[in-house]
Design a protein around this ligand. Structure first.
Ligand code: UDX
Length: 491
């Protein structure tokens, strides 16, 4: 072991205060397998903490980008840290796992675990990574699984690794799930809510926990529990979002205000306000995948995962309701022109995996609409000429404009200019970003998610009135209109 490493400056994306933050570590020789979101963030973060990190990437194009000083993903603060530690020599990239594993005490496995078509996780990349890392290890090594995996995977990987390790070399496996969010990955790395370390052999705890400053909040447990923490966390986040979307749908029907209702709900400390924002449904590379993984794991244990299945159904319905709103405003969508603002699954990233926006584009095209889309960062080659460089160009000649990703620049759109570009006057704000009053003043009809329609206020009175009066109402509740308020109230 070398001298105690000291952290440098905070990442530019980090807050000035936080639950944990920079600290000190005993430097270790670390190999990171896979330079995707998780691997690159971990590699840059561990180098910043003081470790000597070699990152292996098998994709030649991605490796060439990294070797040339480029960053293949859009992640604020990551490029600065990578450049800094290519400079300090604490970080390097290679395609050669033998070179990367030479002398490594720890190997972080950060490869993808995408869902198979049936929803089960595809763990083949992980199996290959563990086998190759074990085979290349020149000393006893701990393979640390950062990728999201079904419980039991670490134990299975240890069996696999043992079959590939050189004689006399022990390859142990530990779980250390990653909780970073795209768009704020560096902040999440340096200010984690918790570091979860899953080990069955207590001797491995200091090696894995020792990757991080001891001030950081740490949960040590067995491997299966650690593996399940990740699935359960993402499933619960999905539950919260789908719950928010269900409440928002009810707000629309009742004429209530989702922002007040969900703020009121979230202010309960037992519930918490995060992840209660309604929108077009959750997307991205993790929540949909981990929800499917949770359902698959439960299924493999003979359990139904009833709540998780319902969450998926609500999420599919959230996207479908956008199409429903457009149809309600425009009539049949065939032949209509729709401007779609936002393609990334959320702002701050160029990732379009499981993006609600792309799903919406597919739905619109399937219904015969023509789509012009814009995103400030994400690019979708399959859209061809259908993706344009300017939001006003996307709105040009459109019957309706839909804001699907909450990029801050869309909040700054000029309502008058947008209105002049458009053929129609319908704006569907699926992320509740726009100043509805300003757009309304410019002659646009703005529909949000979870903002009630004034007309829904009258019908909502009927059932409570029925529940309050003894006599049968003299007017049929199904046919009653606003003019029947007095009759129903017995006045
Ligand atoms: C998520 C988890 O947050 C992270 O801990 C895990 O490691 C990976 O998966 P990420 O996929 O980057 O991170 O995005 P996140 O910020 O969690 O958002 C996921 C989706 O939920 C997005 O589509 C987002 O727009 C949506 N969302 C989020 C809502 O619709 N409402 C909310 O209140 C919050």
């Amino acid at each position: 072991m070398g001298t105690t490493g000291t952290l440098g400056t905070e990442p530019s994306t980090g807050p000035s205060t936080g639950p944990a933050g920079p600290g000190q570590v005993e430097p270790q020789q670390v190999c990171v397998v896979g330079a995707g979101y998780v691997g690159l963030t971990a590699a840059a973060g561990l180098a910043e903490l003081g470790h000597a990190v070699r990152c292996v990437e098998s994709n030649p194009g991605r490796l060439a980008t990294l070797a040339g000083g480029g960053i293949p993903i859009h992640e604020p603060g990551l490029d600065e840290l990578v450049a800094k530690h290519l400079g300090t020599g604490r970080l390097s990239f290679t395609g050669d796992i033998e070179a990367a594993m030479d002398g490594a005490e720890v190997a972080l496995l950060c490869v993808g675990t995408p869902p198979r078509p049936d929803g089960d996780p595809d763990l083949r990349q992980l199996g290959r990574a563990a086998a190759q890392a074990a085979a290349a290890a020149t000393r006893d090594v701990v393979l640390v699984v950062k990728s999201t995996v079904p419980p039991g995977s670490c134990e299975a990987l240890e069996l696999l690794a043992a079959g590939h390790a050189r004689p006399g070399v022990r390859a142990s496996v530990a779980s250390n799930p990653e909780f970073l969010r795209e768009g704020q990955a560096m902040r999440d790395f340096f200010f984690p809510d918790r570091v979860v370390v899953g080990v069955d052999d207590p001797a491995l705890e200091p090696v894995v926990a020792g990757l991080y400053p001891k001030e950081w909040p740490l949960l040590v447990c067995d491997r299966r529990s650690a593996e399940l923490v990740k699935y359960a966390s993402n499933t619960f986040l999905a539950v919260k979002i789908s719950f928010a979307n269900e409440v928002a749908a009810l707000c629309e029907a009742l004429g209530a205000d989702h922002s007040k209702v969900l703020t009121g709900v979230g202010l309960d400390g037992r519930i918490g306000g995060d992840f209660l924002k309604p929108g077009p449904g959750f997307g991205g590379s993790c929540l949909p995948k981990d929800l499917s993984g949770f359902i698959a794991v439960a299924g493999s244990m003979g359990q139904e995962a009833t709540l998780a299945r319902a969450v998926r159904e609500v999420n599919d319905g959230s996207r479908a309701s956008l199409v429903g709103k457009l149809e309600a405003a425009l009539g049949p969508l065939s032949g209509k022109r729709v401007g779609v603002l936002g393609l990334a699954f959320k702002p701050g990233t160029d990732d379009v995996r499981h993006s609600p926006a792309l799903g919406l584009v597919e739905d619109l095209v399937a219904l015969g609409a023509s789509v012009q889309a814009h995103d400030p960062v994400a690019s979708v080659p399959s859209l061809g000429d259908g993706q344009v460089d300017d939001p006003y160009e996307a709105a040009s000649g459109a019957d309706a404009v839909v804001v699907v990703t909450a990029w801050p620049e869309y909040g700054d759109l000029d309502p008058g200019r947008l209105q002049r570009c458009m053929e129609g006057h319908v704006v569907l704000d699926a992320v509740n970003l726009l100043d509805a009053a300003a757009f309304g003043a410019a002659g646009l009809d703005v529909y949000g998610v979870g903002r009630g329609h004034p007309l829904s206020v009258a019908p909502v009175l009927w059932r409570p009135l029925e529940w309050m009066i003894d006599a049968e109402p003299t007017v049929s509740l199904d046919e009653a209109g606003p003019e029947d308020v007095d009759v129903l109230a017995g006045r």
